[in-house]
Design a protein around this ligand. Structure first.
Ligand SMILES: [Zn+2]
Length: 281
């Protein structure tokens, strides 16, 4: 297999894999979607009853305009930076699942109205580097005399359990398109010019009486050029052994980390299978 990184940004990537099959790339796609772990808020403990501001002696009501469950869900969806070398699932932690700095992160929220509570108000108890990556997300609006006091716990999970643990988004694969141009005798210059003009990504160029492809990789396989020339001079065909894999992450892990983890996870699963089969033999 030949791999080319077509684009690599902190939160997104496009990788081309040649000499492979659709099912192999699809296995990576599915692993990226469902099996890459990350931290997300799992438990939220809300303070019930009146909340007193010690400085002013004023009493606030702990009930807000939203149900506690809805606030907890919003907190759960906030991306938290995750170092998979440092954090692990509770079930795999040396603490035995009771909760320790290697398998859970605690946060607090303490706001008094009138105000809007934002994601940035979710303060990590400990390492400030574990604050959410999207601080400007509004959580709930508090009226006068309303307050929100809560403690939240983030744990490691995967999207198999809940979408809030989904690291990779918009994970798509598509075959590399090939644009073949072979001018038929009955085809005219006007016809080829028209075909070049219909391309929505402008990769067909008509110059010196010839039609050529400028950047085949950008072809979206829409078939507009094929239809524009009724003589069949242009043919677009997908490659059956060359694919592009494209995805972005929510920032909890970088695109590179998510891809590396998914490949490692696939390898581990096949190793397990190999060992199991050896046991049978
Ligand atoms: Zn632990």
């Amino acid at each position: 297999m030949e791999v080319t990184i077509r684009e690599l940004k902190p939160r997104s990537t496009v990788v081309e894999m040649a000499g492979t099959t659709a099912s192999q790339v699809n296995a990576i796609r599915r692993t990226l979607l469902a099996d890459v772990p990350k931290l997300a808020i799992e438990d939220v403990e809300f303070h019930l009853g009146p909340i007193r501001d010690e400085a002013t002696g004023k009493d606030y009501d702990s009930s807000t305009s939203m149900f506690d469950e809805a606030i907890a869900l919003r907190l759960g969806l906030l991306p938290i930076p995750t170092d998979l070398g440092e954090f692990r699932r509770k079930s795999e932690c040396s603490c035995g699942g009771t909760g320790c700095p290697h398998c859970q992160v605690m946060y607090s929220i303490d706001r008094k109205g009138p105000c809007t509570v934002y994601a940035r108000d979710l303060i990590p108890l400990g390492d400030p580097g574990l604050a959410t990556l999207e601080p400007e997300v509004p959580i709930v609006r508090l009226g006068a005399r309303q307050a929100l006091l809560a403690y939240a716990t983030a744990v490691v999970g995967t999207a198999r359990e809940h979408a809030k643990w989904q690291v990779a988004h918009g994970v798509g694969m598509f075959p590399r398109p090939h644009v073949k141009i072979q001018k038929k005798p009955e085809c005219t210059e006007a016809c080829l010019k028209r075909a070049a003009a219909t391309c929505p990504v402008n990769i067909l160029e008509f110059a010196g009486g010839k039609l050529s492809v400028t950047d085949e990789v950008k072809c979206i396989d829409c078939g507009a050029c094929e239809k524009a020339c009724e003589h069949g001079s242009i043919q677009v065909a997908p490659d059956e052994a060359d694919f592009f894999l494209r995805f972005e992450t929510d920032g909890s892990l970088s695109a590179r980390e998510a891809l590396r983890y998914s490949l490692k996870d696939l390898k581990r699963r096949f190793e397990d299978l190999r060992e199991a089969i050896q046991g049978i033999a």
